[in-house]
Design a protein around this ligand. Sequence first.
Ligand SMILES: CC(C)(COP(=O)(O)OP(=O)(O)OC[C@H]1O[C@@H](n2cnc3c(N)ncnc32)[C@H](O)[C@@H]1OP(=O)(O)O)[C@@H](O)C(=O)NCCC(=O)NCCS
Length: 119
Amino acid sequence: MWQAFKSAFSCRERREARTGLYIMTIGVIDECRKWGIGTLLLREANNLVIKHPKFGKTCKFVYLHVATYNESGIRFYDRNRFTKVKRLEAWYEIFGKPYDALLYYKRIEGEESSGEVCS
Ligand SMILES: CC(C)(COP(=O)(O)OP(=O)(O)OC[C@H]1O[C@@H](n2cnc3c(N)ncnc32)[C@H](O)[C@@H]1OP(=O)(O)O)[C@@H](O)C(=O)NCCC(=O)NCCS
């Protein structure tokens, strides 16, 4: 069961400096939403970073983009205490149509952190 949740969660480290973990996408199937699974996945990502033998010391923040039309996604990140950095115009192109995105970040919890946030 946990493997299935994990496969729904996709991320990559920030390649240049290895200071940030980028969440490419996070999804919970309709029937299982609002059970706290999404929040659990975010917490687990944070914990995986802290425990990582290689990136645990250098990775200081988690960051992601969310489409401006995705109201529930934005509420989800706000509720999980992510900070909005800025709005990026036409960040996504879906079926040839441009959509703006918001860049969000959150510092890794449980670590002393002074890393710069990417922009
Ligand atoms: C965004 C997403 C991942 C959230 O997943 P989730 O498992 O529903 O997240 P949570 O359950 O932790 O929190 C969602 C809401 O449920 C509420 N909730 C959590 N546990 C609850 C419970 N036991 N009873 C009632 N409400 C609860 C939370 O307070 C939160 O409220 P909000 O909608 O006002 O923010 C999910 O909605 C999703 O897959 N959306 C489509 C994909 C997407 O937009 N991804 C994000 C952009 S990449």
